[in-house]
Design a protein around this ligand. Structure first.
Ligand SMILES: O=P(O)(O)OC[C@H]1O[C@](O)(CO)[C@@H](O)[C@@H]1O
Length: 450
C-alpha cells in the first residue's frame, strides 16, 4: 500500500453516540426511553447472534475471525497475476459480488474519483450493466495483458452472465481463447444438485478455474471471505491485517455489557432512531477512500433490513464535498434522519498551504496549514453543526485508514446490521423482493419489450 500502515498496534476506531442523544442535542435528539428500549432489543439480538455462532451458524462471522484460508487466497491471487505483465484487471459481478471488493480496493488508492491510475495494474469494476461502457472498454482494453475475475454467488445473475459471455467472445475475436484459463478466474458457489450455475457452465468448459463462494454466506455479507479478500490481495493489500481488524471487532461481542460493544451501540442508535420515526440513516465519510465503503454499506443495510414494511433508507454521503450539495437539507430539511459521520485524523496531511498565496486568495487563515487541517476542521464543524441544529449524529473516528481499520469497520457494520435486523424483527439474510423484477425482465427480453 502506498500510504498508511497495516499494523495491528492501533485502535481501529472510536465511536460516540453522545451527540445523538436528546439530553445533549435537545428535543430532536433520541430520548433516553428510545435508547433504553433499543439497547434492550439489541441485547436480546446479541444473545441470539452469540448463540448462533456457538452452534456453528453465521459463517460470515467465523470466516471473518479466522485466518486458515488466507494462504490459499494469496496463492490464487499470485496465480491469477501470473508471471507476465498485467496492465488491467476486470472485475465482473454486481451487488455483494463487487461492492466489498471495491471498498477494499479503494483503501489502496484505487477507484478514487479524480485520481485515475496510480500504479499498474488498472482495476475496472463493472458492477453496472451499460452496453456502451462495456463495448468501449472491451474495444480499448489490451486483452492479452488483461485479467478477468468473474464473481457471482448464485452463478445466475443476468448482468454478470452477459458480461462474461461478451468477454469470452472478445477473447475469441482477439485470438486469445486458447489462453482463457490463464486470463480468467471465477468465484461462485460449488455446483449443487438440481441447481443451475450459468457462470460455471460458461467458464469451466473453457478450462477456467473457480474458487468456491461459501454457500452459507450471502453476497452482501461476503466481503471478508475470499469474495472481498481475493480482489484485495490482487490489489496488493495486506489481507491478514484486514482479518485482524475484523477479529478485533468480532471479539468485542463477548463483552458483558451490551453498551460496551460498538456494533451493538451502532445498532441501538439506529433502532432508537427507527422507534422515533426517523426513516433515513445517513453515513457520511470524510475521506475519498471510504466512498465505495458507503456504497457497500447501502446494499448491506437496504437489502438486509428493508422488509415487512420496516427498515430505514440508507444514504451515503462524502465529506466535505456533499456539504456543498446536501448540507442545507440535512440541517434545515425534514427532521427524519440519523447521521453517522466517519472522520479520519488527517491533521497535518496533504499539501502545505503557502501563507502568501493564501493571503492573496483572501484566506490568510489557511496560510501555514495543510489541506488535511482544513478537512479535519470541516468534519468536526459538520458534526458540531448537526448537534447545534438538534440533528442526532453518531461519530466514528479513525486514527488511520489502513487494512486493519477497514477490516474493523467492515466487521462493525456487518454486525451492526444483523443486530439491528434481529432487534427490528426482520430476517437480515434474505431478499425476497428483488426476484420479481428480475423474472419480469427476462420475460420482457424474450418478448422483445423494453
Ligand atoms: O452474487 P450473485 O448471485 O450474482 O448476486 C449478486 C447480487 O444480486 C442480489 O441477489 C440482488 O439481486 C444481491 O443480493 C447479490 O449481492
Amino acid at each position: 500500500m502506498a500510504h498508511g500502515h497495516s499494523g495491528k498496534d492501533h485502535k481501529a476506531y472510536d465511536q460516540s453516540i453522545e451527540l445523538a442523544l436528546a439530553s445533549r442535542v435537545g428535543g430532536k435528539g433520541l430520548p433516553d426511553t428510545a435508547i433504553d428500549a433499543a439497547f434492550a432489543a439489541v441485547g436480546t439480538a446479541l444473545g441470539r447472534v452469540n448463540k448462533e455462532v456457538a452452534a456453528g451458524g453465521l459463517p460470515f462471522i467465523t470466516v471473518a475471525a479466522g485466518a486458515d484460508d488466507l494462504p490459499a487466497i494469496r496463492e490464487a491471487a499470485a496465480r491469477f497475476l501470473g508471471n507476465g505483465p498485467v496492465t488491467d484487471i476486470v472485475f465482473l459481478g454486481t451487488g455483494g459480488s463487487s461492492l466489498g471488493a471495491q471498498a477494499l480496493a479503494q483503501i489502496g488508492f484505487n477507484q478514487v474519483a479524480g485520481l485515475g491510475r496510480v500504479d499498474a495494474p488498472r482495476l475496472h469494476f463493472f458492477d453496472n450493466l451499460d452496453p456502451f461502457t462495456f463495448d468501449v472498454t472491451l474495444a480499448r482494453l489490451p486483452l492479452a495483458t488483461t485479467r478477468v475475475l468473474a464473481v457471482s454467488k448464485s452463478g445466475g445473475t443476468g448482468e454478470t452472465l452477459v458480461q462474461t459471455i461478451a468477454v469470452i467472445t472478445a477473447l475469441d475475436k482477439a485470438g486469445l481463447r486458447p489462453r482463457i484459463s490463464e486470463l480468467v478466474l471465477g468465484i461462485s458457489e460449488p455446483r449443487r444438485e438440481g441447481k443451475a450455475n450459468g457462470l460455471r457452465d460458461l467458464l469451466e468448459p473453457e478450462g477456467v478455474s473457480f474458487l468456491d463462494h461459501d454457500t452459507g454466506i450471502g453476497g452482501r455479507y461476503s466481503v471478508l471471505s475470499n469474495v472481498g479478500l481475493l480482489p484485495a490481495a490482487i490489489a496488493g493489500l495486506d489481507i491478514a491485517a484486514i482479518r485482524a481488524g475484523a477479529k478485533s471487532v468480532i471479539d468485542t461481542l463477548a463483552a458483558e455489557d451490551v453498551r460496551e460493544i460498538p456494533a451493538a451501540t451502532g445498532a441501538a442508535v439506529n433502532v432508537a432512531a427507527a422507534l422515533e420515526g426517523k426513516g433515513i440513516t445517513v453515513l457520511m465519510a470524510y475521506t475519498d477512500r471510504l466512498e465505495r465503503f458507503t456504497k457497500w454499506w447501502i446494499q448491506l443495510w437496504a437489502e438486509s433490513l428493508g422488509k415487512d414494511g420496516r427498515g430505514s433508507q440508507p444514504v451515503g454521503a462524502l465529506g466535505p464535498v456533499d456539504q456543498h450539495s446536501q448540507q442545507q437539507l440535512y440541517l434545515d430539511g425534514p427532521d427524519d434522519k440519523l447521521f453517522s459521520v466517519i472522520t479520519l485524523d488527517v491533521k497535518g496531511a496533504g499539501p502545505a498551504i503557502d501563507a502568501d498565496l493564501a493571503a492573496r486568495a483572501g484566506q490568510a487563515g489557511f496560510g501555514g496549514k495543510h489541506v488535511g487541517d482544513l478537512v479535519a476542521a470541516q468534519g468536526l464543524a459538520m458534526i458540531d453543526t448537526f448537534a447545534s441544529n438538534g440533528r442526532p449524529v453518531r461519530q466514528i473516528r479513525l486514527s488511520r485508514l489502513d487494512e486493519f481499520s477497514v477490516g474493523a469497520l467492515l466487521a462493525h457494520f456487518l454486525l451492526e446490521t444483523v443486530l439491528a435486523g434481529y432487534a427490528l424483527g426482520v430476517d437480515p439474510f434474505d431478499q425476497p423482493a428483488v426476484e420479481e423484477a428480475k423474472i419480469l425482465a427476462k420475460q420482457y427480453l424474450a418478448e422483445g419489450k423494453g
